[in-house]
Design a protein around this ligand. Structure first.
Ligand code: DC
Length: 221
């Protein structure tokens, strides 16, 4: 059994906030696998790839090396071909490119291989869409975080500095991403059979982290 924790779920369910805090309390490393797909998406934008051509992106990914390192405070830094691109991954363009690139079999194989290596090297609290089903299939604890689309859109909207896009557009984006993530042919987002589902719609961050800690300690003790 791998001691790590696998956290999956749709966009905006609170995965990263929960994973960061659980990693801090348990002395592990937080691995944000979405950032790796984002770095791959950034590479495709830089190469001028056609985001609708999955085969082309799979071929281009041969020359893209995505890796992560941790700074002295334990924060993840994401590298693309040796360059630290951490601060360039949170734009709407990169989000779209990450979603497109994540459909590719070669892209997924390459990133999953690295994620598995990291899970063997260190204790991770790892979040994504396929962690419990493909990456750390023998994780000590698998959690599937969920919340209603409206609540997830509300959280995203509240976090936005520039709200000119409007709530309805954010909700539409969440619904589109849910559709793409769950209908992808390879490794679609789904709850692993042995994952514990937590509906975070009416829960605070502290309540969700508390529940994850309780479940984890129950399993490893
Ligand atoms: O979690 P995020 O929004 O940063 O993820 C960016 C994209 O990458 C998202 O469209 C889903 C995809 N992704 C994936 O397919 N598998 C993962 N393990 C993590 C993210």
């Amino acid at each position: 059994m791998n001691k790590s924790i696998a956290i999956d779920g749709p966009s905006g369910a609170g995965k990263s906030s929960v994973a960061v805090e659980a990693a801090r309390r348990l002395g592990g490393h937080y691995l944000d696998t979405g950032a790796m797909y984002r770095a791959m998406g950034l590479y495709m934008l830089e190469q001028g790839a056609n985001l609708e051509d999955t085969a082309q992106m799979d071929a281009l990914s041969e020359n893209a090396n995505v890796d992560v390192k941790y700074d002295a405070d334990g924060n993840q830094l994401t590298f693309l071909n040796g360059e630290d691109v951490t601060d360039r991954l949170r734009t709407p363009e990169v989000s779209m490119a990450a979603s497109a690139v994540s459909k590719g079999a070669a892209v997924r194989q390459k990133l999953v291989r690295r994620q598995k290596e990291l899970a063997n090297e260190m204790f991770l609290v790892c979040d994504g869409r396929d962690i419990g089903t493909c990456v750390i299939t023998d994780a000590a604890l698998k959690v599937y975080l969920n919340a209603t689309p409206e609540e997830r859109a509300r959280r995203r909207f509240n976090e936005m500095e520039d709200k000119s896009m409007g709530f309805e557009a954010v909700l539409k984006d969440i619904n589109l991403r849910d559709y793409n993530d769950t209908h992808r042919a390879i490794s679609p987002l789904r709850k692993a059979e042995d994952a514990v589902e937590i509906d975070t719609t009416h829960l605070s961050l502290e309540q969700v982290v508390g529940e994850v800690m309780r479940l984890y300690l129950e399993r490893v003790q």
